[in-house]
Each structure stands twice: as structure tokens, then as C-alpha cells.
Design a binder for this molecule. Structure first.
Ligand SMILES: Cc1cc2nc3c(=O)[nH]c(=O)nc-3n(C[C@H](O)[C@H](O)[C@H](O)COP(=O)(O)OP(=O)(O)OC[C@H]3O[C@@H](n4cnc5c(N)ncnc54)[C@H](O)[C@@H]3O)c2cc1C
Length: 493
């Protein structure tokens, strides 16, 4: 029996999920106790998308996403429901990133929100800015209010208040870590959303940022960022979700190596063409959740009349590609050790001309991984630097090793290394993103039984992706049930 025939035979509405990254898997998870039958199609040979863990020097280290905010109950709740509550590991006491600028690794200002400083004296103490840069940053306190009319880039808004050095040395390096993006392109509203909101109530951007972070007493250090991972790596989450889905709904089909090539409306239902172009299979569905990146989502919607506004909006979302070089060194290789430095890694402003944009001292950030070796993750590839991914593994390791040695004084060669390539890894939330997402959602909502979810929409973090899956499931469920009831009546059941 084909998947569609099985679904019909089961008498349950058939829901197809396209994409087996965390968003697609979370959609299957949210559907596991519903009276539907789910088939998930994943183009690649494995489930999990940007979540993957493997060993480096005998330590399980994530190749892609490694953490999520521990204080977001909705996402940690899903992890607990997936049976992984006991495996949640908090970060150690040191989570802050420093900045490698002007030849030295410098502490960031103690009080800052996503790189935006809250206090000019604190900013001055950090030594990150030049004297001229600092003088310009002080103007934030006296400049008149900027009225936010429509969307504007991070560089325009933050640079307008504080000057370009704050953008280049503090804010863009932060955004390069999250989006691998450029401040001149990224939307202030879509990437620094809480700050954009707070800036409507404050003239000074430092005051707006200050309203979002705790006050510190004289000499007090900021609390560590509340992030968590999983004991065997964040990349163990997909398998745990799969297990829960199959336990609760054993008739769920998870079909890897099966791209969805085409989507069309067929009366009240949906029809998908899946599998290799040489041997395609046609699948009927009562509802469809598309959990793929912008490119494939746009291609699938192109077959659905009435969705051209969404197709155009999706075509306007570019992607950056990232390479993650993971290095393992003997603990003695770092002069003075790694853990006593007071930071768990550093970011590198693009103006420094380095290939590596961000370094995480993994064994400092996650003390449960500390052992005989220090593990360091080096991330390369800002938006527009796709050429770096053309380098072979040995070249990438050599680049990362040399820059790490320059920054930290590490000596000798790593005892083990691993290169992970993430092509088209991160969607760019460029100026106009919020409008584009609204357009996509409105257009798709007009298609009964169709929904989209994933990193393209409300945030690239795993937690937010999983929330978009919940929303997509809530959107399609009533239609799936209605369509199945109608087809049962038509069949005289
Ligand atoms: C290096 C790196 C580090 C990161 N670190 C963090 C972090 O620490 N914390 C955090 O919260 N986030 C992090 N992120 C971001 C986060 O991992 C991603 O935004 C998130 O995992 C995206 O999940 P997704 O399911 O929406 O998309 P994806 O993971 O891209 O999954 C989409 C899936 O759809 C499949 N697909 C595509 N086309 C088709 C088709 N036609 N038919 C069937 N299947 C198809 C793809 O093969 C893929 O498996 C990181 C990202 C990267 C790249």
C-alpha cells in the first residue's frame, strides 16, 4: 500500500510535513496525540537539519546548534516532554563573549543588550572603542529622538545614535554570531526586536538597552546568560523527539532521502510529488506543513495558485553559509589555561580582516565536557563570504588554528579537528523582513490546510523555530479534520 492508501485505510486525516529539521520534527511532535496520521518527508539522508552531534577527541560536540535559552518555558517544556529533562545541562558560570579588537581580546561592556551598550562609562572602561569612537557614542545621550518610521537597518539606527564603531565592534559581531549577517542589511525591528520596541519609549538607545538588562551595583559583574544544552549534545534532541513521536503515534512515517518536488491543490485536499525525479511518487494529504528553508518553500508554493505574494517574499530572503571548525587541544596548550580568562569565547569584528568570526571555548562554556582536552569551536562565514566554504578541510583547520594562536597564544597543533559545513545555513532578516513574513503568513493562511514554519519567520533560534511549528499545527488541524470528514461522507463511510 502507498502512504496515501495507508492513510485513507486508517480513516484518519493525513497530514504531510515537508522537512525533517527541528521545525518539521517539532510539528510531528505537536501532532503525535492528535487523531491524524502523519508522514514527514526529508530530502537528506538524516533527520535533524542544523542539529547534529559527533565526537571530537572522544567528546560529543555539536556540529551545528548547541544551546537554547533556558528560561523560555515553552521550549524547555518541549524538551522535558521529549523525555530529556534529566539531560538538560546549564552553562557554567562563565558565558560572556569577549571582543578581539585592536590586537587584543577585550571584555565587552558589562551592561549591554545584544551588543548595544547601556552605559557610556562602562563602554569607555571596556577599551573596545577609540577615543573618537567613544566621543561619538556619547552623543546618544544628547541627540534628539529618532522617529522610527518603517523598518531601518541595524547599522542606520544604532550607528545613527552611537556612531559606526559601536556597530562595527560590538553589534555586528553579535549579529554575525546569530545570523552570520551584516548590520547594514539586517533589520533593526526583526533582529533586535525587544530593543526596537524599547526604543519607542526612550530617546537614548543606551537607556532603551538599559531597560532590558538588570542593573548592577558598583563592581558587580553581570549574571551569566541562562543557556542550556543537552548532556550528549543538543544534537541528541531530534532522535529523542522521533522516539516520542513513534511511541505515541506508531503509524507516523518518517521518510528520509525523499524530497518533496511539487505541491498542488486537488479539490479540498493536497497532492505532493515526492522522491527522485526519475521515480516520482504521488501522495494525497488533507493538510500540509512546510518546514523547509525559504528556497524550497517558495518552489513548493509556486505550484499553488494564489500564493505569488508569498513566493516573491520568500525569494527576497537570502542565506549565509557557515563553516564550523572544531579543534581539540591538550589543556596545557593554552598559556594560563582557558577557564580563568573570564570569558567563554570571543567575537571578531569584520574590520579585523580575519576569517573566523566567532570562537567558543566549548569546555569553558559547558563544564560537563571538560576533561583531558580543551575543545574550541571556530565559526567562519559572514554573509557574502561563501568563498570560505570552498576551502578544503585542511585549509579551514589551518586558518582557524593560526587565528586562534594569534588571539590566545595557544601552542602546538590540535590533537583532533572536525570541519562541519552548513551551506545556506541562516536566513537573513534584512530590512523589510517583518512585512515579508506578514505577507507570507497572510497568503498561506488563505490556503485551507496549509501552513509554514521554521527559521525563516520569527527567529532562527531552535526555541523560536519550535514555536512556529506549534502555530502551524494549530493552523492546519481544523482543516485536516474537516477535509477527512468530508471525504468520509463522500465515500459513504
Ligand atoms: C552552525 C550553526 C549554529 C547554530 N547554533 C544555534 C544555537 O546554538 N542555538 C539555536 O537556538 N540556534 C542555532 N542555530 C540556528 C538553528 O539551528 C536553526 O535555525 C534551526 O535548527 C533551523 O531549523 P529548521 O527545521 O527550521 O530548518 P533546517 O534545520 O534547515 O531543516 C530544514 C530541513 O528541510 C529539508 N528540506 C529542504 N527542502 C526539502 C524538500 N523539498 N523536501 C523535503 N525536505 C526538504 C532539509 O534537508 C532540512 O533537513 C545554529 C545554526 C547553525 C547553522
Amino acid at each position: 500500500m502507498t502512504g496515501s492508501e495507508q492513510a485513507r485505510a486508517s480513516g484518519k486525516p493525513h497530514v504531510v510535513i515537508v522537512g525533517g529539521g527541528i521545525s518539521g520534527l517539532a510539528a510531528a511532535f505537536h501532532l503525535r496525540n492528535e487523531p491524524v496520521r502523519v508522514t514527514l518527508f526529508e530530502a537528506s539522508s538524516r533527520l535533524g537539519g542544523k542539529l547534529l552531534v559527533s565526537d571530537v577527541a572522544g567528546v560529543a560536540v555539536d556540529e551545528g546548534a548547541e544551546s537554547l535559552y533556558a528560561n523560555r518555558k515553552k521550549t524547555t517544556g518541549l524538551i522535558k516532554e521529549a523525555g530529556l529533562g534529566e539531560q538538560i545541562m546549564s552553562a557554567g558560570p562563565v558565558t560572556a563573549s569577549a571582543i578581539w579588537t585592536k590586537g587584543t581580546i577585550r571584555h565587552q561592556p558589562d551592561r549591554q543588550f545584544m551588543g548595544v551598550p547601556c552605559d557610556i562609562d562602562d563602554l569607555a572602561r571596556s577599551g573596545v572603542l577609540s577615543a573618537e569612537g567613544l566621543e561619538r557614542a556619547q552623543q546618544d545621550l544628547v541627540l534628539p529622538s529618532f522617529d522610527l518610521e518603517g523598518d531601518i537597518s541595524v547599522a542606520s539606527f544604532v550607528g545613527g545614535r552611537f556612531g559606526q564603531e559601536v556597530v562595527d565592534r560590538l553589534v555586528e559581531p553579535f549579529l554575525a554570531g546569530v545570523f552570520a549577517g551584516r548590520a547594514s542589511d539586517l533589520s533593526f525591528e526583526a533582529t533586535l526586536t525587544p530593543l526596537a520596541r524599547a526604543s519607542r519609549d526612550h530617546i537614548s538607545l543606551a537607556d532603551a538597552a538599559g531597560s532590558l538588562v538588570p542593573h548592577l551595583k558598583e563592581g558587580e559583574k553581570p549574571p551569566p546568560v541562562s543557556v542550556a544544552t543537552l548532556e550528549g549534545g543538543f544534537g541528541t534532541l531530534p532522535a529523542a523527539i522521533v522516539q516520542q513521536v513513534l511511541d505515541a503515534a506508531p503509524d507516523t512515517a518518517l521518510r528520509t532521502g525523499t524530497p518533496v518536488r511539487d505541491l498542488t491543490r486537488k479539490g479540498e485536499r493536497w497532492q505532493l510529488t515526492v522522491g527522485p525525479a526519475t521515480d516520482p511518487e504521488v501522495i494525497d494529504a488533507d493538510a500540509v506543513v512546510i518546514a523547509t528553508p525559504a528556497g524550497p518553500t517558495g518552489s513548493l508554493l509556486a505550484g499553488v495558485p494564489g500564493t505569488s505574494a508569498a513566493v516573491s517574499a520568500l525569494a527576497e530572503v537570502p542565506y549565509s553559509s557557515v563553516a564550523m571548525v572544531t579543534l581539540a587541544y591538550p589543556r596545557t596548550a593554552f598559556p594560563g589555561g582557558l577557564s580563568g580568562r573570564g570569558y567563554a569565547g570571543y567575537r571578531v569584528p569584520a574590520e579585523e580582516g580575519k576569517a573566523v568570526k566567532e570562537v567558543t571555548f566549548t569546555t569553558v562554556k559547558w563544564p560537563h565536557l571538560a576533561g583531558d582536552v580543551e575543545i574550541v569551536r571556530c565559526s567562519l562565514g559572514r554573509f557574502g563570504e561563501e568563498h570560505l566554504l570552498q576551502l578544503d578541510d585542511a585549509e579551514l583547520v589551518a586558518l582557524a588554528t593560526a587565528e586562534l594562536a594569534e588571539a590566545t597564544g595557544v601552542t602546538g597543533v590540535p590533537v583532533a579537528s572536525r570541519v562541519s559545513r552548513w551551506e545556506s545555513a541562516l536566513p537573513q532578516y534584512n530590512v523589510g523582513h517583518t512585512d515579508r513574513v506578514r505577507k507570507i503568513r497572510e497568503t498561506v493562511a488563505a490556503q485551507p490546510g496549509l501552513a509554514v514554519c521554521g527559521a525563516v519567520y520569527d527567529g532562527v533560534g531552535v526555541g523560536v523555530c519550535m514555536m512556529t511549528s506549534r502555530r502551524a499545527v494549530d493552523q492546519i488541524l481544523p482543516f485536516a479534520k474537516k477535509a477527512a470528514a468530508a471525504s468520509a461522507v463522500a465515500a459513504g463511510v
